[in-house]
Design a protein around this ligand. Structure first.
Ligand code: SF4
Length: 331
């Protein structure tokens, strides 16, 4: 087994061109992701959080190679995959699977569950015989806690939570090392959400899977992840292990996000930080620190210089001039 991280994202950058007019002239670019770097180890759950439009889903889709990067690299087991021809990439795709948000549109309504799950097994040549295929299908149903006779049914016969279990089974069918869960429980009711989160945790323990959990919901992220990456307007603003981030957030944006998580203690709830203004457009992001238009601590330097992501405490990284200055060792 390689000593490299399972997944390494280096300086990932994705700018989408905006075309206008009859000839599709590029008039502007959406700066969706800007210089994002992180790793995911085997068996680890890393969460990416941030508001809608912060670029977190684009990070996941670029790892899946649903589009090419503007700049940067993606490495799997130490091997660069973002620039591989499709023919070479194809067998490696098996290692990274995805569970999308909407369990209603992500399953082909014209296929029975059996065929939905058999497709990746056949595509990646995993079954040695028809008996082996059948054994794998039954095992997948057991893994996601659905009755085996579900294999003969159609997607419309299931509830949202059951469909998401089928989506997870489809991801597992390829025997991946990493599953990207892109808002995978956002569309579900609260009680069903908890069941799916518990299922993902059980599967992770049983199978040694790594999860990249993309969500806007900090309460869920707190429950499932070991390490958390906070994104704002396409950049990472903070990265730390879960305990550190929740007990001692460093970046002003993380503090504001955490202050909005409902807590039973009314004295804690009253400390909510209300951010003024809207998230700026990714078409024309602000100069310097992207957060300076809303940050209560912004000063002149913040408008001029992009803050680097630096270690402000052991294994806690923040992109903030103020926090970096406070973290400097005494001379
Ligand atoms: Fe606020 Fe400045 Fe820090 Fe950005 S760099 S988060 S504007 S204090």
């Amino acid at each position: 087994m390689s000593a490299a991280p399972l997944l390494e994202v280096r300086n990932q950058t994705k700018h989408f061109p905006m075309q206008t007019g009859l000839f599709g002239r590029v008039s502007a670019k959406v700066h969706a992701v800007n210089g994002v770097s992180f790793t995911v180890d085997r068996g680890e759950t890393v969460a990416i959080v941030g508001e809608s439009g912060c670029g977190k889903s684009t990070v996941g889709k670029a790892i899946l190679r649903l589009f090419d990067l503007t700049d940067g690299e993606v490495l799997l087991d130490g091997r660069r995959i973002d620039n591989l021809p499709t023919r070479v990439l194809r067998p490696l795709r098996r290692k990274v699977q995805v569970v999308f948000q909407d369990p209603f549109s992500s399953l082909n309504p014209r296929l029975r569950v059996r065929d939905i799950l058999a497709e990746p097994i056949r595509n990646f040549g995993l079954a040695s015989s028809s008996q082996d295929l059948e054994r794998r299908l039954v095992s997948l149903m057991e893994k996601v806690r659905l009755p085996v006779d579900s294999l003969g049914r159609w997607p419309h016969e299931f509830s949202g939570g059951q469909r998401q279990r089928i989506g997870i089974a489809r991801a597992l069918a390829a025997e991946p090392d990493l599953i990207i869960c892109d808002e995978a429980v956002s569309a579900l009711d609260v009680s069903v959400k908890a069941q799916i989160i518990n299922l993902l945790q059980d599967l992770q323990r049983e199978l040694g899977l790594a999860l990249l959990f993309i969500s806007h919901d900090l309460a869920i992220v707190e429950h499932i992840s070991q390490r958390i990456i906070v994104m704002y307007l396409g950049r990472i603003v903070e990265q730390a292990d879960k305990r550190t981030l929740f007990l001692s957030p460093s970046h002003p944006y993380t503090e504001a996000l955490l202050s909005a998580v409902p807590v039973p203690d009314p004295t804690v709830a009253s400390r909510r930080i209300i951010l003024t203004g809207d998230v700026p457009s990714p078409v024309k992001p602000p100069s310097g620190c992207f957060f300076h238009t809303r940050c209560p601590h912004a000063e002149a330097r913040c408008r001029a210089e992009v803050p680097a992501l630096v270690e402000v405490a052991p294994r806690q990284f923040a992109a903030c001039h103020l926090r970096a200055a406070m973290a400097l060792p005494a001379p």
